[in-house]
Design a protein around this ligand. Structure first.
Ligand code: MGD
Ligand code: MGD
Ligand code: SF4
Ligand code: MO
Length: 678
């Protein structure tokens, strides 16, 4: 019997591990590791190892569906295309294209995302976004302002060359497990690891120095560290003078701070703050890794800027082993953003409010006219749907009914639309609200490129056919585009990538032919360019080539504990589940390890509330309530509770208060109360 091995990229997280799908007689029969892969070197985490469980799952969507009474009726692709064209077309004709909004998918390929945002803009609407809004929008705003580019500055393997690794607001041991291998390698070579997190996590267990700060106090911590470094004379004066601007303002803004006050706000002992600051500033190569623990706040952009400040004053950017590393979440959230599936950017981060951008794409796409942005962000779309400002939506590979904050409100908003089409691989809570559901093919059932968190663009090949009548998202978007009268006649992903080469300068040299095992790291401006693993080696893409230091005063979170809601609820992830859970809750080997929604409560708080380990409790916030099993632990401090958002319920509770610039919701701080369910 012949067995073939098809190279693919893991469909879960932004680490972008590669593996082979083994195929026999048209069926995926196993996984073979890829020892030559630059990031994973042959390893995979529990989710990667379970990825094939998605391919032939019995609950996969196999046919287009339309609503019929309380249930669903299978329909042909022709009828589905006609319904989508009518639903979207009528809104455009009656109310104008600005009443239509699209969500692209950071689970889909670059080529698919490029076409989804192109569809939106050719239809005349600026309202296109993706789940990066719930994730790294503050990195896009904050790092573009301070460093002139929002990507991770250094490649993942580079972490092994670092001598001080400062991890703030990231539980990478569970959420980017294969990246944590590189941290172990650095530790073996003597690196110091510092972790700042309100919870004890698998990541904090790796730490030499653990700063267990109060949720939402990161600006205070980072400012406090900067002040220690300035006062101890540990700054890199030459770097500051040659490569940055704004240091004097920062220095002046920190003058009045006392370390005692920083310790009081953060709850971190002052000796620990001083030690961490000194370790970071004085090591020959220090790196900062961060993710949702600092971005998902009303101060998300401030947090990111405070991270840049710290790195810049110490000159820890632009060399191997240094850098600012925002760990991207979804397998292709980096690519979805690069491709312009964002409210404020066209492809290649060209500003949507710049007339030059509109001129460029009008000509490149042969369009009559294109909408100037910024459009509505994902979070704003829900408010606009509720108020009637958005009347039709097309949602690809996202589950906002479970993943956006205050989900009862989101569901009501989606229900109030005149027309909703959802394209997914499973019947999600969002798909349940649709008029038409379109069945997509998942990663190994199609081909295309994905961009991981270190900007590495990799080609993933097709191993097996999709189930039933499901089609690749690329084919579906072309069908929908054509039914709406557009010239969407792309034969395959490579032909879309060829267009991307012409319109996205960072990808100009990244052709299908060059994407062998391991891929290429953008920016890659020409077909003979080797790619750019380390950014900012000689200067920054900002005026005079200088980075911008931005003073940021500390502000508390929007919703402090008190009164009826005395506890702080923080939300996040566990190793064996992924996001809203549509894939991992259906994956037998994963759901068996973590089968239900739980809430971690400090033992002392639980005693006071008469809650025992394993009790069913009701968690209530100003938005609503959810049931969960109590887990008593010392991993969260008194006054803080933690829930993962992989099960429906958690996001009923979360606040929609958002960062004023990046519009990311404050998933990490909501005030709540907990009672035992009798
Ligand atoms: N297993 C698994 N892996 C995943 C995902 C998944 O769902 N499951 N999702 C992927 C996606 S989309 C993303 S974006 C990434 C996210 O990856 P992470 O950012 O690691 O995920 P979280 O668990 O949301 O949050 C990280 C940490 O922030 C801490 N934290 C909470 N509040 C604060 C605070 O105020 N300050 C600080 N300093 N820390 C705080 C939490 O306790 C938590 O340990 O993971 C990706 N990988
Ligand atoms: N409380 C709380 N809420 C959060 C967060 C948090 O930390 N706390 N984190 C936020 C973050 S960082 C993120 S990124 C968002 C994630 O928010 P979402 O992107 O809405 O969450 P996912 O569950 O990853 O949804 C992806 C969907 O794509 C589908 N899918 C997978 N592959 C394909 C494909 O090839 N084609 C198509 N068409 N569909 C596919 C999956 O079945 C799934 O339904 O959640 C946010 N929500
Ligand atoms: S670390 Fe991320 S990319 Fe790698 S196997 Fe795990 S989920 Fe997949
Ligand atoms: Mo994310």
């Amino acid at each position: 019997m012949t067995m073939v091995r098809i190279p693919t990229v893991c469909p879960y997280c932004g680490a972008g591990c590669g593996f082979f799908v083994e195929v026999e007689k048209g069926r995926a029969t196993g996984i073979a590791y890829m020892p030559g892969h630059p990031v994973s070197e042959g390893s995979l985490c529990s989710k990667g190892n379970a990825a094939l469980e998605i391919l032939c799952h019995q609950e996969r969507l196999k046919s287009p569906l339309k609503r019929k009474g309380e249930g669903w009726a299978e329909i042909s692709w022709d009828e589905a295309a006609e319904m989508v064209a009518r639903g979207m077309g009528e809104t455009i004709k009656k109310d104008g294209p600005g009443k239509v909004a699209l969500l692209a998918s950071s689970k889909c390929t670059n080529e698919e995302n490029y076409l989804i945002e192109k569809l939106a803009r050719l239809l005349g609407t600026p309202h296109i976004d993706n789940c990066a809004r719930l994730c790294h929008a503050p990195s896009v705003v904050g790092l573009n302002r301070t460093l002139g580019a929002a990507g991770m500055t250094n490649p993942i393997p580079d972490i092994a060359d670092s001598q001080c690794i400062f991890i703030i607001g990231s539980n990478l041991a569970e959420n980017h497990p294969v990246i944590s291998r590189w941290i172990h390698r650095a530790r073996d070579r003597g690196a110091v690891v510092i972790v700042a997190d309100p919870r004890e996590t698998h990541t904090s267990w790796m730490a030499d120095q653990f700063l267990q700060l109060a949720p939402g106090t990161d600006v205070a911590l980072l400012n406090g560290m900067a002040q220690v470094i300035i006062e101890a004379g540990l700054i890199d004066e030459d770097y500051i003078a040659e490569r940055t601007r704004g240091f004097e303002e920062l220095s002046a803004s920190l003058k009045g701070l006392s370390i005692e006050r920083t310790a009081e706000i953060t709850g971190v002992p002052k000796e620990d703050i001083v030690r961490a600051a000194r370790s970071y500033a004085s090591s020959p190569a220090s790196t900062i890794l961060y993710s949702m623990g600092i971005t998902q706040h009303t101060t998300g952009t401030d947090n990111v800027q405070a991270v840049s400040n710290l790195a810049l004053i110490c000159g820890q950017i632009g060399r191997p082993g240094t850098g600012v590393m925002p760990l991207r979440g979804q397998n292709n959230v980096q690519g979805a953003c690069d491709m312009g599936a964002l409210a404020e950017f066209y492809p290649g981060y060209r500003r949507a409010d710049d007339p030059g951008t509109i001129e460029f794409f009008t000509s490149a796409w042969g369009a009559a006219a294109l909408p100037a942005g910024p459009g509505l962000t994902a979070t704003e779309m829900m408010g606009a749907a509720a108020s009637g400002d958005i009347k039709a939506m097309y949602i690809v590979g996202e589950d906002p009914a479970n993943s956006e904050p205050s989900s009862l409100r989101v569901k009501r908003a989606l229900e109030s639309l005149d027309f909703l089409v959802v394209q997914d691989i499973f019947m999600t809570a969002t798909a349940q609200l649709a008029d038409v559901v379109l069945p997509g093919a998942v990663w190994a059932e199609k081909e295309g490129s994905f961009t991981n968190t270190e900007r590495r663009v990799q080609w993933s090949s097709k191993a097996v056919d999709p189930p039933g009548c499901a089609l690749s998202d690329l084919e579906i978007v072309c069908i929908v585009g054509r039914s709406l009268g557009l010239d969407f006649s792309y034969p395959d992903a490579a032909s879309v990538l060829a267009e991307i080469n012409r319109t996205v300068p960072q990808y100009a040299g990244i052709t299908r032919e060059r994407l062998g095992e391991g891929g290429l790291v953008w920016p890659c401006p020409s077909p003979d360019h080797p790619g750019t693993p380390i950014l900012h080696t000689t200067g920054f893409r900002l005026p005079d080539g200088r980075a911008q230091i931005v003073p940021v005063p500390y502000r508390p979170a929007a919703e402090g504990p008190g009164g009826d809601y005395p506890l702080v609820l923080t939300t996040g992830r566990v190793a064996v589940h992924h996001n809203a859970g549509s894939m991992t809750r259906r994956s037998a080997s994963l759901i068996s390890r973590e089968p239900e929604l739980f809430v971690e409560i400090n033992t002392a708080d639980a005693q006071r509330l008469r809650i025992a380990d394993g009790d069913m409790v009701i968690v209530t916030t100003a938005r609503g309530e959810a049931q969960a099993t109590a887990r008593l632990t010392e991993r969260v401090k008194r006054g803080v509770v933690f829930m993962p958002f992989h099960f429906p319920g958690t996001n009923i509770l979360t606040t929609e208060a958002a960062d004023p610039e990046a519009r990311i919701p404050e998933f990490k701080v909501s005030a709540c109360r907990i009672v035992r369910r009798d």
